[in-house]
Design a protein around this ligand. Structure first.
Ligand code: ZN
Length: 458
């Protein structure tokens, strides 16, 4: 095995589609039987659906099962129930003995009670290390690299990713500064340790473009990094942002994704973003199984299809997910990527909970935000969708408030209004009614900006 090989796991990452499918089915059957045996919750889910694991013989049999978790709330429910009934917080979908767990980290819980979605037996931990190694390898990380770690450390997922990066087998050196102590601390450490790979969120990578000259007296591209690897937020999907960040850092930007340590995916070495390549389809399914975000009925997974991704583990011991509609709406691509690597890819389109239906067309606020962001610097990127009735249905026109930059002349708004409408019509098949508002007129928060301004009685 050499550093030049294209994949970390040459055997698993180059399996022909039929062989991969056979392997997935074989593992799936074993996983379903295991869950049925070892979890009261899964047994009930199967019984309620009038099915037994041994009835699931084909992929289409499997996709006829209802989704077992409809959203994060179902996972939370499972957690609260297990605290009450079993005295542990790992959920009623815990299938292994509590004593066999070696690690458990929570989601941040910004939108509710945190769940222990990152819970591992030794076997599960090895699965994630394998998947992380595949992602790092595809982003070109090798044993001689030094990786500056800029996510939060500790109980949250960021902490365990650091541990698993170190133990994944590639052998790169980890400089574990974390982001908690701020950019100055991090860059001062970087001066002496000379990292080659930066790992952080897309917004932190953008923040350092501004901050590096203040702290080090030099542009960010003078820090000596060879690669930028990010996770946790959109960014790379916007062509202007990708170009800006790659130019400022003077390196290739890779984005990685593995929510709840599953469906691990990484972007490839192309100027134009081609979506995320799913690197562990033999370990967890996600872009392979799509449902309608509202009805949760299975929809065909073909090139260009859009639907809510459904997670299913294939060999998890601790807390396997079976048909978990995780909330992210994906657009999948089944044709071989322009980079030459086959296998399923996807782009995140938005969150299922936020979806709107305008004249029968599904519209995702995240996609609208992306379009508005592309009009920077004429627009600041801040916006709200004004809802006068309970979503998801919207009686047209879709109303929006959009913040324009102080530098813009009032008479330019008319032209801008036309341009935005044309862009939204061609990309999203929706023509909005836009109210332009000056900077400072939308309430700002320190957290995630709200997407909606609700003007209806709930
Ligand atoms: Zn590619």
């Amino acid at each position: 095995m050499t550093d030049e090989r294209p994949f970390w796991n040459m055997e698993m990452e180059t399996l022909p589609p039929e062989k991969l499918h056979d392997l997935q089915m074989q593992k799936l059957k074993t996983q379903l039987a295991y869950c049925y045996e070892n979890s009261e919750l899964y047994k009930k889910k199967f019984d309620d659906a009038g099915a037994k694991p041994q009835d699931i013989k084909t992929w289409s049999d499997f996709r006829k099962l209802p989704v077992f978790f409809r959203n994060k709330e179902d996972e939370r429910q499972s957690r609260m129930e297990s605290e009450e009934k079993c005295g542990h917080p790992y959920g009623m979908h815990l299938c292994a003995a509590v004593e066999s767990l070696i690690d458990a980290r929570t989601t941040t819980g910004t939108t509710g009670i945190p769940t222990y979605s990152y819970t591992f037996t030794k076997h599960d931990a090895n699965l994630w290390k394998e998947a992380l190694a595949r992602m790092l390898w595809r982003a070109g990380v090798r044993s001689h690299d030094v990786l500056l770690y800029g996510l939060n450390l500790g109980i949250y997922a960021g902490g365990i990713i650091a541990d698993f990066f170190r133990d994944c087998g590639i052998g790169a050196q980890l400089v574990e500064t974390g982001v908690e102590r701020g950019a100055e601390f991090m860059l001062n450490i970087a001066k002496s340790t000379k990292p080659t790979v930066m790992f952080c969120t897309p917004s932190f990578a953008q923040y350092l473009i501004k901050k590096a000259p203040e702290i080090t007296g030099k542009e960010v591209n003078a820090l000596g990094f060879k690669k930028l690897l990010t996770t946790g937020e959109p960014g790379i999907g916007l062509p202007e942002v990708k170009k800006l960040v790659e130019n400022a850092w003077g390196i290739r930007w890779y984005d990685a994704l593995g929510p709840t340590s599953r469906g691990n995916s990484v972007s490839c070495d192309m100027d134009e973003f081609q979506g995320m390549h799913h690197v562990d389809p033999d370990i967890t399914l996600w872009p392979q199984d799509l449902v309608d975000p509202i009805t949760k009925e299975s929809i065909p997974v073909e090139d260009g299809a859009i639907g809510e991704g459904v997670m299913t583990d294939l060999e998890r011991e601790s807390c396997p997910f079976i048909r978990y509609a995780y909330g992210d709406v994906l657009q999948v691509f089944t044709e071989t990527c322009k980079c030459g690597v086959p296998g399923i890819r996807f782009k995140i389109v938005g969150r299922a909970d936020d979806m709107l239906i305008v004249k029968g067309v599904n519209v995702y606020p995240a996609a609208i935000k992306d379009i508005i962001a592309a009009f920077y610097p004429k627009l600041t990127g801040e916006m709200r969708i004004v809802l006068t009735e309970k979503p998801p249905r919207v009686t047209p026109p879709l109303k929006m408030k959009v913040v324009f930059s102080a530098s813009l002349e009032k008479h330019q708004l008319k032209e801008l209004d036309k341009e935005i409408k044309a862009k939204m019509h061609s990309s999203l098949k929706v023509t909005p009614e836009i109210e332009f508002v000056p900077e400072g007129s939308l309430e700002t928060t320190t957290g995630k900006a709200p997407l909606f301004e609700k003007r209806y009685e709930s």
